[in-house]
Design a protein. Sequence first.
Length: 561
Amino acid sequence: MAIISDNKIHNIISKVGLVPLDVLDTSLKTAHEKKEDFVTFLIKQNLIKSEEVGQLIANNLHVRFVNLIKEQIKLEILKIIPEIVARKQKIIAFRHDEEGLKVAMNNPFDYNMVKMLEKKVGDKVIPYYATDYDIKNAFGLYRKAVQQEYATQIQQHAVRAQGSQVEDVSVVSLVDDLFNYAYTNHASDIHIEPAEEEIKIRFRIDGILHDVLTLPKNILSLIVARLKILAKLRTDETRAAQDGKINTKVEGEKVDIRVSIVPITQGEKVVMRLLSSKGQQFSLEDLGMNSRDLGLVSRGIKKPYGMILVTGPTGSGKTTTLYALIKIINSRDVNICTIEDPVEYDLEGINQIQVNPKTNLTFAEGLRSLLRQDPDVMMVGEIRDEETASIAVNSAMTGHLVLSTLHTNDSATALPRLLDMKIEPFLAASTVNVIIAQRLVRHICLKCIVSYTLTDQEIEDLKKMVDIDKFLDVEKLKDIRLYHGKGCDKCNNTGYTGRMGIFEVLEVEETIRQLIAERADSDRIKEAAQKLGMTTMLEDGFEKVVSGQTTLDEILRVTRQ
């Protein structure tokens, strides 16, 4: 039960006039519709500062208030309360002085918790009120503590390997610590790159590669051998490329690691993709799709047959979007089958097939097999060739809903691409329901977010790069506040934490079908789709820039690649 009702918070804020009443009313309604915490919603929308609303609520409750963002919390104090307890009870230990242990709580009147903590620490516990938003942000400090532990352990491995203690290096421990360190830093990939005299370890975090560690060359063969054993690859083969998979647990979480080893001039290079079960939990809303596009996609997946295509370059999150679509469709009365290369996540209740060229199990052959499995919905990891395209389109024509991906730059280009694969125009026009084009952009770190306005020179430079008039009134642009992250300990001084999608959803309706039948090029199709109301990726990106979710630099980086 909430310690204070949303309506009371609304009244408290309205009395001091920090937020206009009409905006406050709309925010309360929207927060309830989205089932979000009202205070958190206000803070995320930059309508009020966490410190301001927290102090107002604390004053009303007649309790002490703490702004956790301003507290330099020592790790030994933080860890007095185990992370699992802190998250469940929404509490953070932030200071221990002569008064006692000071604890930030979402409910400072939870006297049972206070007494339990006093018994544990043997000292007085002083509760402070902190907003849900601040407490949840502070949970990241636990992750920071774990990261520091792994960083120290990995550095110790490096020191031993470079000195006379090389025989003391435990490769098993080193590899485990490498997995742990990558996972706690939310890395999607680990690169082990041999040079002439050293090994470079790099992590890809939020789409950007970062140098992490340098190790001496003399332990490369040991590391690679350990990874080959874990991935069940041939340890005596050093001149051919090998691919494998490691199933492991990191901090109690099941993680699948895809391993690719290729021989280069300096030795064997290893790239590993980390696939956590957390990755399949996203909904389309979580991925950043706006309400209009969500409506179009929802309409498309409710049709019993046809095709939904997701397009974009490698690493743009296409597979994650497909899984999010499957999650919506998945129920016991629907038979869903997939053919993937590789199977990235195990989905409960879904029949998943792994492509295997050695046994001639290609996308095309797998699709033929799936058609004999009485499927309602089929997911094809990628349409790569004419044969796969033909079977997928015919499956969509004969009463199946087919989900797949294509490598094209935008949604409109996907349609001529199908024609290039020898699909007849009338078939493409009648089978494709929706095309989703997407890119991934980094999300601004909310702990160090600051606003700014563009200078006249920056506006002129922007106009040269983008036809800005299509999205914003250039005259008003200098008055619009944009956002970026300054860099802090939470985001490793990058200014970003996590990623989100920018989308372009093209619904194939009668006007578009006519253009496909006429073999119109992608420019004509895109122009027609925009007249019908399609939001381009660039427009969606600018909306997310103005709302403070990402930066202008990020949108330009991914849309101009």
